[in-house]
Design a protein around this ligand. Structure first.
Ligand SMILES: [Zn+2]
Length: 120
């Protein structure tokens, strides 16, 4: 189960944008692969996230076909390592470490390690 999911509000906790918040647009999952590139399991330490409006890079995009409409210097949201962001708890409005527990109906849910409230 993922500590951070698409749509979560996260805070960047390292680097130039420390303290900035954004919404997770995508989680890029890393897979462990064997020598024949077959997926043999998840590699949780290599997951990356794309956060809306954060970690903007400028990319020099050359026109390669008629269908590529954005060319020249374009701005893109680059992925960052998942450990550079932390989930913002909606209850205490602060970034937090995430734990897992089971709700009353048996679902596995995330909870905030600061205030103990269930997040999902
Ligand atoms: Zn909290």
């Amino acid at each position: 189960m993922m500590k951070i999911k698409r749509g979560d509000t996260v805070e960047i906790i390292t680097g130039d944008e420390r303290g900035e918040r954004g919404t997770v647009r995508n989680v890029l999952r890393a897979w462990k692969v064997d020598r024949k590139r077959r997926r043999i399991g998840r590699d949780l330490n290599k997951d990356r996230v794309i956060v809306g409006g954060r970690n903007i890079i400028k990319k020099h995009q050359r026109p390669i076909s008629q269908t590529r409409t954005q060319t020249g210097i374009i701005e893109l949201e680059a992925s960052m390592h998942i450990s550079n962001v932390a989930l913002v708890c909606p209850h205490c409005d602060d970034w937090t470490r995430v734990g897992f527990t089971f709700a009353e109906d048996g679902r596995k849910v995330r909870f905030c390690k600061r205030c103990g409230e269930i997040i999902d």
